[in-house]
Design a protein around this ligand. Structure first.
Ligand SMILES: [Zn+2]
Length: 281
């Protein structure tokens, strides 16, 4: 494991976090982990030129992420202020990112992309039939595709951690994650179609929001800790999470019924696009 720390970061704190994470999950020996104090250190990530720009761009979005490029396994952690104080959350974030690497190595994400391409065309054709500006529909379809792929990856990574019994660490990560997110304006589902006619980005916001909550809560649902996270998210968003899960009940049911099914990914994408279609129809 290679550790690269850039910025004013307490090295001892990082060492402790790594030690803790190493006890919880097996860390690939050839993994490089970057800890960055600020965005300005994104340019310190050294990669072949073909990959460099893409990774730096992603890094500038201030989101921690992980990827494998030609056998190089890399995790990038942005050390925001609240992570510098909350060791458990940082451990949770780190094992979440390492779980992503683990899932990539197993080929889980290749399968996600393949499954996406198997069903995307058919769903796009259906959505393009809606009575909206065609270009807007295509843009919406692509941006929701990206969110849905991310959500699915998170579901797999989190599921892996839950199966290892690491729910408490995952919880402290998500509590921090939802705490830092600005609570979105309340969604009025009944008026959604009227609003979407004027501004389709509302539909994107709604689906993004639903998928973000679901990718965090679904794998945890299997444990007794789900209530804790749900109460926390409810407080933050001052929404009734029940409403979200009712709107997305097909996805929730699908997860519980078919997560281990080989066609789960395809069913998941179909389900998301069906929801989008229903919102706009
Ligand atoms: Zn993730």
């Amino acid at each position: 494991m290679i550790i690269k720390v850039f910025g004013k970061v307490n090295q001892k704190y990082i060492d402790n976090v790594l030690k803790k994470a190493g006890k919880l999950i097996s860390v690939p020996k050839d993994l490089t982990i970057y800890f960055l104090e600020t965005l300005s250190f994104c340019s310190y990530i050294n990669l072949p030129r073909t990959m460099q720009n893409k990774v730096r761009q992603k890094c500038m979005t201030n989101i921690s992420f992980s990827f494998i490029f030609k056998k190089r396994k890399i995790v990038v952690i942005h050390l925001e202020k609240n992570l510098e104080k909350n060791q458990d959350s940082l451990v949770g974030l780190l094992i979440h990112e390492i779980a992503h690497i683990n899932q990539m190595e197993k080929g889980v994400y290749i399968k996600i992309y393949n499954d996406y391409y198997k069903v995307s065309q058919r769903n796009l054709i259906k959505i393009k039939k809606l009575k909206y500006n065609k270009k807007d529909l295509v843009n919406l379809f692509h941006s929701i595709s990206i969110t849905a792929v991310f959500a699915l990856k998170d579901i797999y990574a989190n599921n892996y951690l839950i199966e290892k019994g690491l729910v408490n660490h995952l919880l402290s990560y998500y509590k921090m994650e939802f705490n830092k997110k600005v609570c979105p304006k309340p969604f009025f589902y009944k008026n959604l179609k009227i609003a979407a006619k004027k501004d389709m980005s509302i539909v994107k916001d709604v689906v993004d929001f639903q998928l973000a909550i679901l990718s965090a809560t679904l794998p945890i649902h299997k444990t007794r800790k789900a209530k804790e996270l749900i109460n926390f998210i409810e407080k933050c968003y001052s929404i009734n999470i029940q409403e979200v899960s009712e709107k997305m009940h097909e996805l929730v049911n699908l997860y519980f019924k078919s997560f281990k099914n080989k066609d789960f990914n395809k069913m998941f994408f179909d389900c998301v696009f069906k929801e989008v279609y229903k919102l706009l129809k």
